[in-house]
Design a protein around this ligand. Structure first.
Ligand SMILES: NC(=O)c1ccc[n+]([C@@H]2O[C@H](COP(=O)([O-])OP(=O)(O)OC[C@H]3O[C@@H](n4cnc5c(N)ncnc54)[C@H](OP(=O)(O)O)[C@@H]3O)[C@@H](O)[C@H]2O)c1
Length: 325
């Protein structure tokens, strides 16, 4: 089968479309004939040699996919050859076939085409698990989403809005700020021209944000803690602004706040399966009724995967960059 690997660390040109052996399904596993996958920041970091796959995971890039079940291993229930689905992967999505534990395969939500579904698992599972399962965002609470126009951000704004929370989003250009508003953000803040701490205080009558979904890491940690409400929960899921910083714990203590940092990829299959089941139960109905949709910026074929990585690293995109096999 054709599959994309990064044998030597480097730029997008380091990606190699190789001919590799097809996987076979073991107990509890299915093989998916991949229709589409999507680019994640983790893929670009893996390509650069900065984010090796977890032990036992495929060297083939790709953390999500959609497609048709091509083979089912012993003991798998609920999936049969020919079923359409989409899956959260530890790796292996940039290929014509991928092996995945059956608990990480989800049905395609009603009304979503199979290509767009390839861009759903990573954003849906990341946003649902972090903002709702871990940080417990409630109706009427305020969520601050950094990078509101990106793949994760566009999904987080829509989901929180659909579930009755107030949303403040940051973005880097007037067009992206407008997109955040159109998706349901009550307030959109330019991270280039405005101070988000001040804007959050103004928008919440001084109370602060109950939950913050952060992609910046070190660069924003002290200011995120300042922007938290009493008993606020800050969830760090990215380190685009570095990983090391000094924090005044007194400030966090006065807020009685929590700082949580998580990575979805490294979680064991049983935890991923629990997240997928919860996503299917709580998120898919909102996708099916149109309250939350996948924003696909562009779709490129597997041969142009380097172009897809260049597009993500250029940062001009909104939503997801999809790659079809
Ligand atoms: N921990 C996990 O399990 C997990 C899972 C999935 C993703 N992630 C992380 O989540 C983050 C977003 O992923 P993605 O797929 O949505 O990537 P993406 O589409 O490339 O989005 C990146 C976002 O970063 C924003 N950004 C850049 N500089 C910023 C700044 N100074 N302040 C605020 N925002 C800034 C960009 O905003 P503009 O475009 O407006 O400039 C863009 O919205 C990444 O860091 C990724 O690694 C983590």
């Amino acid at each position: 089968m054709r599959a994309v690997i990064a044998p030597e660390p480097g730029g997008p040109e380091a990606l190699v479309l190789a001919e590799l052996p097809e996987p076979t399904a073991g107990p509890g596993e299915v093989v998916i004939d991949v229709t589409a996958t999507a680019v994640n920041r983790a893929d670009t970091m893996q390509r650069r040699g900065l984010y090796p796959p977890p032990p036992g995971a495929s060297q083939i890039l790709g953390l999500e996919c959609s497609g048709v079940v091509g083979a089912v291993g012993p003991g798998v229930e609920g999936w049969a050859t020919g079923d359409e689905g989409c899956a959260l992967l530890a790796g292996g999505g940039y290929a014509e076939k991928v092996l995945v534990p059956s608990g990480q395969v989800m049905p395609v939500p009603v009304g979503v085409d199979l290509v767009s579904a390839g861009a759903l698992p990573e954003v849906a599972c990341t946003v649902w698990s972090n903002v709702f399962m871990i940080a417990g965002l409630q109706r009427e609470e305020t969520l601050l989403v950094h990078g509101g126009a990106g793949g994760i951000g566009t999904f987080a704004i829509q989901l929180a809005h659909a579930l009755g929370a107030r949303v403040i989003a940051t973005a880097g250009s007037p067009e992206k700020l407008e997109l955040c508003r159109s998706l349901g953000a009550d307030v959109a803040v330019s991270y280039r021209e405005q101070d988000f701490v001040e804007e959050v205080r103004t928008a919440t009558d001084g109370a602060g944000a109950d939950v913050i979904l952060d992609n910046m890491g070190a660069k924003y940690l002290p200011r995120n803690v300042e922007a938290l409400a009493l008993e606020g929960r800050l969830v760090v899921i990215g380190m685009q602004g570095g990983s090391k910083v000094e924090l005044d714990l007194g400030l966090l203590m006065r807020r009685r706040g929590a700082v949580i940092a998580t990575s979805l990829r490294a979680r064991p299959p049983a935890e991923k399966a629990a997240i997928c089941a919860s996503v299917v139960e709580h998120v898919w109905p909102l996708v099916a009724d149109g309250s939350v949709r996948t924003l696909v910026h562009t779709t490129l074929p597997l041969e142009k995967v380097a172009e897809a990585h260049r597009a993500m690293e250029a940062g001009d995109h909104t939503g997801k960059i999809v790659v079809t096999t």
